[in-house]
Design a protein around this ligand. Sequence first.
Ligand SMILES: [Zn+2]
Length: 88
Amino acid sequence: MNTICQSCAMPLQGKQGDMRGSEKEGQPSDTYCLLCYQGGAFTYPNCSYEDILARGREGISQGPGNALQKWFLKATYPMLLKKVDRWK
Ligand SMILES: [Zn+2]
């Protein structure tokens, strides 16, 4: 099982709990998170690497952590995103 979403690099088992998306038959996906993948399809099928990058940075801004932690996450996010299957 992957530990991060292979589309947006978000942890699949995060502080918020189980963030896995769902397959066509409703079983949890071990590849993508619920923001990216529901019912066996991408929620944003035509988005680009840049779109996901912008969404991810927005998510970091609204998420937990102090300013320094957020700055660090945003700085390292592009590198992390380039490692997932969807953007390799
Ligand atoms: Zn995702």
